[in-house]
Ligand binder design. Structure first.
Ligand SMILES: NC(=O)c1ccc[n+]([C@@H]2O[C@H](COP(=O)([O-])OP(=O)(O)OC[C@H]3O[C@@H](n4cnc5c(N)ncnc54)[C@H](OP(=O)(O)O)[C@@H]3O)[C@@H](O)[C@H]2O)c1
Length: 251
């Protein structure tokens, strides 16, 4: 994939990995549109990066998604990269006497359904471009789950499987399908503590490595794997899945 000259839509672009990717692509001369719910952050980001576009979007709202996709197609008919990165992560206690499924529903809607929805809505325009790329953010936890985030881990495993099928179905088209598989990274995904957790990979280091991999085109499998996440990704193949599962979840 070319790192310059693209028009790129990034959901979950108001903070963390999405924002860092948006700024990295913007600095390389791409047209970048960031989307998210927090208008105050969109305003701040577009002020700090003159020329970057900010669009408010709640991906949990299917009507908003349809309207958003229609507006994007009108305003940016040259769109050639979709980065579906919006995501939420919540702890859930499945052993509780009363299990509140609202968190699970919210995770499934945000992480899975909205990704399928936006991909379907924007594929017609992406297929019209000579070179297009879909990048979807999953997680190392798709490969070795943490029991306290059951629906979150499962949502990423769903996307991993779905992306493999999408990649094959889009082979006859101009659209490449990439899976961004982050390790534990210093963002506020699970709360403010995560942004300074020394066990997590610094955000700037993560995005620098990702940009290098994207530029090298050194991911023939379509998986963007930084060194830190390879252990989880290949745990089954390396024969240490059980040890890694126990390390996360106890005996
Ligand atoms: N950090 C990690 O350790 C890690 C590891 C593996 C995978 N990931 C994945 O990386 C992606 C980005 O997460 P992050 O770590 O950068 O955390 P983050 O800073 O919390 O970013 C999450 C992004 O998703 C957006 N979002 C959440 N709900 C939304 C909704 N209903 N509508 C629209 N946008 C919504 C948020 O924007 P608004 O709040 O403004 O809407 C925010 O921009 C997620 O898919 C996450 O699962 C992260």
């Amino acid at each position: 994939m070319n790192l310059t000259g693209n028009t790129i839509l990034i959901t979950g672009g108001t903070s963390g990995i999405g924002l860092a990717l948006a700024e990295a692509f913007f600095q390389l001369g791409n047209k970048v549109i960031v989307a998210g719910r927090r208008q105050s952050l969109l305003d701040k980001i577009t002020a700090a990066n003159p020329g970057m576009h900010g669009k408010q979007l709640d991906v949990q709202d299917p009507y908003a998604l349809d309207e958003f996709a229609a507006n994007i197609q009108k305003e940016f008919p040259e769109l050639n990269i979709l980065i579906s990165n919006a995501g939420v992560s919540r702890q859930e206690d499945l052993a509780a006497d009363h299990i509140d499924l609202s968190d699970a529903r919210s995770i499934i809607q945000t992480n899975i359904v909205s990704t399928l929805h936006l991909t379907a809505a924007l594929l017609p325009i992406l297929k019209r471009q000579p070179d297009a790329t879909i990048i979807t953010t999953t997680s190392g936890l798709a490969f070795v789950p943490r029991n306290n985030f059951p629906t979150y881990c499962a949502s990423k495993a769903f996307l991993h499987s779905w992306l493999q099928s999408l990649r094959v179905q889009l082979r006859p088209t101009s659209v490449e399908v990439l899976e961004l598989i982050p390790p534990y990274v210093q963002t506020e995904l699970s709360g403010p503590h995560q942004a300074t957790d020394p066990r997590a990979m610094p955000l700037a280091d993560y995005v620098a490595e990702v940009m290098q991999l994207l530029g090298d085109g050194s991911s023939p499998s379509g998986e963007i794997l930084v060194e830190r996440v390879k252990g989880e990704r290949w745990a089954e193949r390396n024969g240490d899945y059980e040890q890694r599962f126990i390390a996360f979840n106890g005996e």
